[in-house]
Design a protein around this ligand. Structure first.
Ligand code: DQA
Length: 168
């Protein structure tokens, strides 16, 4: 089973009440339960966490290591400031999709740069809560395709291949 870690950064715990004209009215809980529903459909094991602390996010990324097949992260304000989060993602080498509810490129200039984008598989920005669901679908497809290419053949497949080559 694929395991995917979902990380929500600072102030995203306030979704639903926070700057509704930018971030909408959906709470983080609603977003998370939509993610859980899709994860069940895709047979993905999701671990969803939120933190207002940069160090905690870095620790969770570091801990993800080899047991995690993908990361979906909305680093929120840390997107624009955190070399530490970027470095942690680069260090673990887990395919990561960056998500933003708002279109950061249409907002204030200080939000246009993302430290995370350069080490991410991709970025989804401006599609609201659907962005998380698209990220999950995209990451699932990416990781599944990669696993098919890299997975060693099963014992049965090895035997079949061997007898095929004996037959010439
Ligand atoms: C955000 C965009 C960031 O610039 C901002 O600091 C956030 C949320 C988004 O989801 O649109 O907190 O990541």
């Amino acid at each position: 089973m694929l395991r995917i870690l979902v990380l929500h950064g600072p102030n995203l715990n306030l979704l639903g009440t926070r700057e509704q004209s930018i971030y909408g009215t959906e709470s983080l809980e609603t977003i998370d339960s939509a993610l859980m529903n899709l994860a069940e459909e895709l047979a993905v094991d999701l671990d969803i966490r939120q933190s207002n602390s940069e160090g905690e996010l870095v620790n969770w990324i570091q801990e993800s290591g080899s047991g995690t097949h993908g990361i979906i992260i909305n680093p929120a304000a840390y997107t624009h400031t955190s070399v530490a989060i970027r470095d942690a993602i680069a260090a673990v080498g887990v395919p990561t999709v960056e998500v933003h509810l708002s279109n950061i490129h249409q907002r204030e200039p200080f939000r246009h740069h993302s430290h995370v984008a350069a080490v991410a598989l991709g970025q989804i920005s401006g599609l609201g809560p659907s962005g998380y669901l698209l990220a999950l679908r995209g990451l699932h497809e990416h990781v599944t395709a990669k696993r098919k290419v890299t997975k060693p053949p099963s014992a049965a497949r090895r035997q079949k291949n061997a007898s095929r080559s004996r037959r010439g």
